[in-house]
Design a protein around this ligand. Structure first.
Ligand SMILES: O=C(CO)COP(=O)(O)O
Length: 130
């Protein structure tokens, strides 16, 4: 089964997300991707990835992704949060990260961790497809 990955980035982290996803583009192109609205649009327009877009984060996108995660439809979350800027939907963000912890789903909140998580998924994928 293709890895099911959620990609989310706050505004000041979106360029980092595009650079990161660009680096892993070949692998991500073989995954089922879901993203919050604006992050997803950029991934589609700038990298040509196929991404299912939820609502934008402040309009409930984090909660939509959280609901999928709770029903076992997401294998890992890459959530590049902006720790320096208060967000109007902070409760939604906390709910998503909490859902990851409750359901033991990998949640990378910075690029270094995201690299480790994708590196692991790539090697697991190689083993299962070899
Ligand atoms: O706010 C976000 C996550 O909390 C991200 O939402 P967008 O991708 O729509 O900007």
């Amino acid at each position: 089964m293709k890895p099911r990955i959620a990609l989310i980035a706050h505004d000041k982290k979106k360029d980092d997300m595009i650079a990161f996803a660009g680096e892993y583009r070949d692998f991500l192109a073989g995954c089922n991707l879901v993203a919050t609205g604006t992050t997803g649009s950029r991934l589609i327009n700038e990298l040509g990835l196929a991404v299912e877009c939820m609502h934008s984060g402040p309009f409930g996108g984090d909660l939509q992704i959280g609901a999928r995660l709770v029903t076992g439809e997401i294998d890992c979350v890459i959530f590049l949060r902006d720790p320096m800027t208060p967000q109007p939907h902070e409760p939604d963000i906390n709910a998503l990260v909490r859902a990851c912890d409750v359901h033991d789903v990998a949640c990378a909140t910075n690029v270094s961790t995201a690299r480790l998580v994708l590196g692991r998924l790539i090697s697991t994928n190689r083993e299962t497809t070899a």
